[in-house]
Design a protein around this ligand. Sequence first.
Ligand code: ZN
Ligand code: ZN
Ligand code: ZN
Length: 317
Amino acid sequence: MAAIKVKIATGIMILQYQRSRFSKNCISAICPLCNIEPEDMTHFILKCEKLSSIRNRFMQELKSLLVDCNKPPLLIQELFDDKENLLHLIIDCTSYHFLTYKEQVRIETLTRGLCYKLYHKRLLLMSEGREFRKSFSELVVLKSFFNNVPIACLSGTLTGKHINALSKQLLISNFKVLTCIITDLQSVQPRFRLVFTTTVVGMGFDPPSVTQVIHCKPPRSLTNYLQEIGRAGRRGQMSTATLYYTNMDLAKNLPGIQDDILCYCRHKACYRECLLEIFGYKKSSNSPEGCLCCSFCSLQCRCENCQLVRVVDEMNL
Ligand SMILES: [Zn+2]
Ligand SMILES: [Zn+2]
Ligand SMILES: [Zn+2]
């Protein structure tokens, strides 16, 4: 903890303001956390709103410590009102002669904790988003070759922080965010007819008009499968789930593959019943029957449509 305080007190810690001066203003001096004003020591320790939760707790502790040491309220008030004085007290309280040695030691312990926490929170906030989709940041190479060509990064899971971090990495100022795919799918009449997606659009996504989920191979477990097909028929409308697989997809040694999904694929009875049973449900009286139930039941179906299809098949038309 002391090391960080020393860095701050001796000016070794480089904030955005210093970085800007060293780079002859090529780099912006504005605080990378809040984007409000230049990030100098006063901003970092006393003002940046992104660090305020840590700072507020410290201020309360410092105030009660000073009250505890029987300092006159007026003096405490003056100290807290004057930012320069307060910063000085935080960085080096030894020159304040109204404090006894013991009090200085107590304040030093408190301020070390503050500097340590501020420093780490800053690091955390700065690195947020950078670890996300590293391949996106490699677009900067492409951009250096084709400077005027528009670049599109497609993702359904970028947060505001990720977008900020990415636009900084790619040096793009006019970043347009098209959140339309997710928003569109959440509307009652979406314009998108087909979306190819990874497992990312699994749980917690509520597209009311999706009526078909097609897996080109089995997910790793039956729980995943149930969650993923659950994106269809959100309003109770008739929907279908199709699962394609080959024997290769059912190899036991695939990383992370669970027995339940292998059993499900090899199941030779009603698939609906099988799924419901595993998760502790029963087929209800209004469950669809025959060809409307599942691929297994449709083989046995005797409805007019199915009979017609069979006749046509047999005639080899
Ligand atoms: Zn800031
Ligand atoms: Zn069935
Ligand atoms: Zn039928």
